[in-house]
Design a protein around this ligand. Structure first.
Ligand code: SF4
Ligand code: SF4
Length: 402
């Protein structure tokens, strides 16, 4: 059964046992629709977040935010470099008046195409101006969370990225923003591919960060559980992302759970995780994903994960992996290119993928004529890396074919 058919049949069976919701204006009540059934404490913060939360990287309309609020989602993750996402949240906030009922997280970024993270060397005024601009776009007085975003994304050394994590100017700006009541908590996010675990460990150990948001799914991250334990012991809140392991097309097999539900339950069975952020583009996404809220991991879930791994394991570049780093003599940015290809093919985020690819300093242009594809041998998961890079270059390049 296809995912959409499953969703339609399960929605048709849904009774109207709705939980109390936040009562957003301008949208129908959530009766008969899936709603959030579990809220969890986010470390030592005063945030209790919906276990399934809203990634607004591909936000299509303000009404999606209002609909999600109505169905109990209370945590929204956006960024200045997510296209019109902040502006659409701003439009939603002109209609939704209960600001204190929801949490909004944004990033220290410029409002230009992704990736536009503020880099080392930016002034205190730049950080403050970035937050002020986010607040203005979203019609808000304050952000609940501001992120140092995508640590380990660039092919930088651990030391260079540690400097960005512990940058005194950024920390000073954050303190000023907190004192001014414009920001409540500082967070850091990472989807690798470089040094994900060591960088998050640095963030946690520094004592400066209230929250970490990490890529985490059933197909990789052997060392991450140790980071999660350390963060939890120090009261640092933990949010998961990239939980769908590539979000490749999945089928619902007899006896197995729905893949998306299984993947979410696998992540949420880790007690340190407060919630996950997943990109929600459509009403179908929202309704499908919320069906997993508050449920427990079971044997049928493991079956769904095993089926997905068997079908896609040789084609999915593990987010946060980076095991092949340094294997290309030309310095091709392998893991980031394959991630952008994933954004294009599996997330339907073509524009962002192509813009991000265009901004890379080491694209896959040398791969078409490469005689010794050492990257393929270096992949610890058996991916045909050179072939994938050649395909990615064809897909992501702006070059027009006559
Ligand atoms: S195919 Fe060759 S040029 Fe391309 S990443 Fe692999 S080793 Fe580098
Ligand atoms: S290509 Fe292979 S080794 Fe490299 S990051 Fe992806 S999964 Fe890991």
């Amino acid at each position: 059964m296809k995912r959409r058919e499953f969703l339609q049949s399960s929605m048709a069976m849904a009774a109207g046992a709705a939980l109390p919701t936040l009562g957003a204006a301008a949208e129908p009540a959530s009766v008969g629709k899936p709603v959030v059934k579990s809220y969890r404490q986010l470390g030592k913060t005063a945030i209790t977040m919906s276990d399934i939360s809203f990634g607004a990287g591909k936000l299509a309309s303000a009404s999606m935010i209002l609909r999600a609020i109505d169905q109990g989602v209370n945590y929204f993750d956006t960024a200045p470099d997510y296209g019109s996402s902040e502006a659409l949240i701003g439009e939603a906030m002109t209609k939704f008046k209960q600001r204190d009922k929801i949490y909004i997280a944004s990033k220290y970024c410029e409002a230009i195409p992704y990736p536009a993270h503020l880099a080392i060397g930016k002034s205190k005024a730049d950080y403050i101006a970035a937050v002020d601009a986010s607040l203005k776009r979203m019609n808000l007085d304050y952000l609940d969370v501001v992120f140092v975003h995508a640590i380990g994304e660039k092919s930088a050394s651990v030391e260079q990225e540690q400097q960005r994590l512990l940058d005194a100017t950024m920390l000073e700006a954050t303190e000023a923003l907190k004192k001014a009541g414009k920001v409540r908590y500082l967070a850091v996010s990472s989807h690798g591919p470089n040094n994900l675990e060591p960088l998050l460990t640095t963030a946690v150990a520094s004592g400066h960060y209230d929250i970490i948001m990490t890529a985490f799914n059933f197909m990789k991250f052997p060392q991450l559980p140790e980071v999660l334990k350390m963060a939890a012991a120090r009261g640092v809140g933990i949010i998961a992302m990239k939980t769908l392991a590539g979000a490749k097309e999945s089928q619902v097999e007899a006896g197995a759970a729905v893949f998306e539900h299984a993947a979410f339950r696998w992540v949420l069975k880790h007690p340190q995780i407060a919630g996950l952020v997943v990109t929600i583009k459509t009403v179908d996404d929202l309704n499908l994903y919320l069906q997993a809220s508050g449920s427990s991991f079971a044997a049928a879930d493991q079956q769904a994960l095993d089926l997905y791994a068997a079908r896609h394991g040789q084609n999915y570049c593990r987010t946060g992996c980076g095991d092949c780093m340094g294997s290309c003599p030309q310095g091709v940015d392998i893991a980031n290119i394959l991630r952008y290809q994933m954004y294009f093919e599996d997330y339907g985020d073509e524009k962002r993928a192509m813009q991000s690819y265009a901004a890379l300093s080491h694209s896959a242009s040398p791969c078409a004529s490469c005689q010794q594809p050492s990257c393929t041998a270096a992949c610890s998961h058996g991916l045909p890396v050179a072939n994938k890079l050649q395909a990615a270059h064809r897909t992501l390049s702006f070059t027009m074919v006559a």
